[in-house]
Ligand binder design. Structure first.
Ligand SMILES: Cc1ncc(C[n+]2csc(CCOP(=O)(O)OP(=O)(O)O)c2C)c(N)n1
Length: 305
């Protein structure tokens, strides 16, 4: 069994560590709020996958457009560091990013759009990439999708045009081995790499959770996608620690234990970590108390922030 000491350090700067912990505690707080009956609807946490948007944080530019999916809180927090706005959105309270209309999965803010409809973002992202290639040289449209979403036809229409028209489209595939309750091997023929290759699209596979290693690998690839321009698929081999949404984990105990073995959280337990961990846990709890005390948001046609 891998022990804490044997795990590699994450290569995390102070800002990286704070963001990793912000996302982790935000997600855990959400699950607690649901369990306490404080939230309605549903939510999909990115527990275990936090390091992906954190690694990408320093590689993305302000003029890039990020398309997120149903598991998007980490993507949003890495872009805006705004837990109160996001929680207010999920709780339907004043100060919500989209007046509480979008909830957990549908957020629009300054070059950031999320959707809960699997595959929907890819054609839209390809269209935005086309615009960017004409109007904002060097900017990328970045779309996060899971492994299950490679079963959606819209993905391939988008990849086809992205390759044909040489669009600056970065597809981030968060391959956590399961789509809701279906293991990848039961729903995906071939591989993500093979599918990118079918369109002549560059593909990179990231197995590390070390932020420094990931950035060193991806920096030249993203630079090439920007300057080409050209599409790029980056596949993160990752692990979903929590349920699909709130309490719907169908995986047997040994599979859950194997996923937990890959958690970055126990791998960074030094003094710097422990101090930040406590501080940020309390900070997120304080945000939750403060947001819960706000008046309900009003569904008005005021657009999004
Ligand atoms: C078009 C469409 N079909 C089905 C669903 C229901 N659904 C939501 S998430 C999900 C699984 C997605 O799996 P994956 O792409 O692997 O992402 P993960 O949840 O593992 O992050 C499904 C089937 C949906 N939201 N949209």
């Amino acid at each position: 069994m891998t022990t804490v000491q044997e795990r590699p350090p994450l290569g995390a700067s102070e800002a990286d560590l704070e963001l990793l912990l912000l996302i982790r505690h935000f997600e855990q707080q959400l699950l607690e709020l649901f369990a306490a009956g404080e939230l309605s609807g549903t939510t999909h946490t990115c527990l275990g996958q936090e390091y992906i948007p954190v690694a990408l944080r320093t590689l993305l530019r302000p003029d890039d457009f990020v398309f997120s999916n149903h598991r998007g809180h980490g993507h949003y927090l890495a872009r805006f560091a705004d837990p109160a706005g996001l929680l207010a959105e999920i709780m339907g309270r004043e100060g919500a990013v989209c007046n509480g209309v979008g909830g957990s999965q549908h957020i629009l803010r300054d070059g950031f759009l999320s959707t809960g409809v699997q595959g929907q973002s890819l054609p839209v992202a390809a269209g935005v990439a086309l615009h960017l290639s004409r109007a904002e040289a060097g900017a990328l449209a970045v779309a996060h999708i899971g492994d299950g979403t490679w079963g959606e036809g819209a993905v391939y229409e988008a990849l086809n045009l992205a390759a044909l028209w040489r669009l600056p489209l970065l597809v981030v595939a968060e391959h956590n081995g399961i789509a809701q309750s279906t293991p990848t091997e039961l729903q995906l023929a071939g591989s993500v790499a093979g599918r990118a290759a079918a369109f002549g699209i560059e593909h990179a596979r990231v197995t590390s959770q070390d932020l420094g290693e990931i950035r060193a690998l991806l920096e030249p690839l993203l630079a090439a996608a920007r300057s080409g321009p050209a599409p790029l698929v980056v596949e993160f081999v990752t692990h979903r620690l929590g349920p699909h949404s709130k309490g719907d984990d169908t995986r047997p105990a040994e599979v859950l234990a194997a996923a937990a073995e890959h958690d970055w959280y126990p791998a960074v337990q030094d003094e710097r970590f422990r101090q930040a961990d406590e501080r940020i846990r309390e900070q997120v709890a304080a945000v939750a108390r403060e947001v819960a005390a706000r008046p309900r948001s009003v569904w008005a046609d005021r657009g999004c922030r």
